[in-house]
Write a protein that binds this ligand. Structure first.
Ligand code: CUA
Length: 317
């Protein structure tokens, strides 16, 4: 896992909603190029005229009408059309999704993302963190909330930005047009680790997604190996469970990511590190060294306990 593996570009849209944002960007660039060329043209024309001191031919450039038009009317026109365009786009995204949409509740926390799939009654089907799987070709209705401060949900290839505000539910929707892995990023400064608050969207064909969701909805399977069983004991006897839930094992945690199917994730700590044995060990031993200020304290474990815990967590698929 590295920054090149997952693309994150407004210019490579994979949903009609992101295509609208991309189009607006191209219009803005084209307009900026036209205005730049025109201003430079006038500047050089003026300089060329002034060299010969043929002041009379400069009169139309120096006239009050041109100053008014170029200084007031044109900027006003440009700003109104750009603001109008972006308001229309964000209104289309915030308005209700079409029927048959899949509802996903996303909660922003400092500094990670809780992702919950809801059924038609609004009951939670499955909870995961930092990695969202979605079906291609089905509208996705997002319910965006925050557990602490203001964050902003942004997947450049799939959607515009929508803030997650404490005490308020914001809605947004989009539909992914092609399979792929898309990187999302918190787009509102939310503290020192704001830059390390990323997430991944895995867009898959519907049957593959349904199989993934069915698996995520299950409680954790009992570990099979000796080391994994020892790892579960370590989890149950340490402070891990005061923040993290593993459904079927312990469900009292409230502050940290759900770990029920942790082994099925590709990344750690909101896409800060790949989910490998070494990085997981480093994260458990020294989370403050990797992401200073986050809520996870270092856990005092000896090497035997740490090895067993890592084996157990990675086996939670
Ligand atoms: Cu959350 Cu920036």
């Amino acid at each position: 896992m590295n920054s090149e593996t997952f693309s994150q570009s407004v210019l490579n849209p994979a949903s009609p909603q992101a295509a609208g944002v991309s189009l607006l960007w191209w219009i803005m660039l084209l307009g900026a190029v036209i205005i730049f060329v025109a201003v430079m043209g006038l500047l050089f024309y003026g300089l060329w005229q002034a060299r010969g001191a043929r002041g009379s031919r400069l009169s139309w450039i120096a006239s009050r009408n041109l100053v008014l038009a170029a200084g007031v009317a044109i900027p006003l026109l440009v700003l109104i059309s750009l603001v109008g365009g972006s308001l229309l786009l964000s209104e289309a995204e915030a308005s209700g999704p079409p029927d048959g949409a899949l509802t996903i509740r996303v909660t922003g926390w400092r500094w990670w993302w809780e992702i919950q799939y809801l059924d038609e009654e609004g009951e939670v089907l499955a909870t995961t963190a930092n990695e969202m799987h979605v079906p291609v070709g089905r509208p996705l209705a997002l319910r965006l909330v925050s557990g602490d401060v203001i964050h902003s949900f942004w997947v450049p290839e799939l959607s515009g930005k929508t803030d997650l505000v404490p005490g308020h539910v914001n809605t947004s929707w989009f539909e992914v047009e092609r399979p792929g892995v898309f990187r999302g990023q918190c787009a509102e400064f939310c503290g020192t680790q704001h830059a390390l608050m990323a997430f991944l969207v895995f867009a898959e064909p519907e049957p593959e997604f349904e199989a993934w969701l069915a698996r995520q909805a299950q409680p954790a399977e009992a570990p099979e190996g000796e080391q994994e069983r020892r790892g579960r004991e370590v989890f149950q006897s340490s402070t891990c469970l005061s923040c993290h839930n593993i459904r079927g094992v312990s469900e009292v945690g409230v502050l940290g990511p759900d770990l029920t199917h942790f082994g099925s994730r590709e990344s750690l700590a909101a896409v800060t590190r790949p989910n490998t044995i070494g990085h997981l060990g480093g994260w458990i031993a020294d989370p403050q060294g990797i992401k200073p200020g986050n809520l996870m304290p270092a856990t005092a474990l000896d090497s035997e306990e740490l090895t067993a815990l890592i084996a157990y967590l990675r086996g939670l698929e």
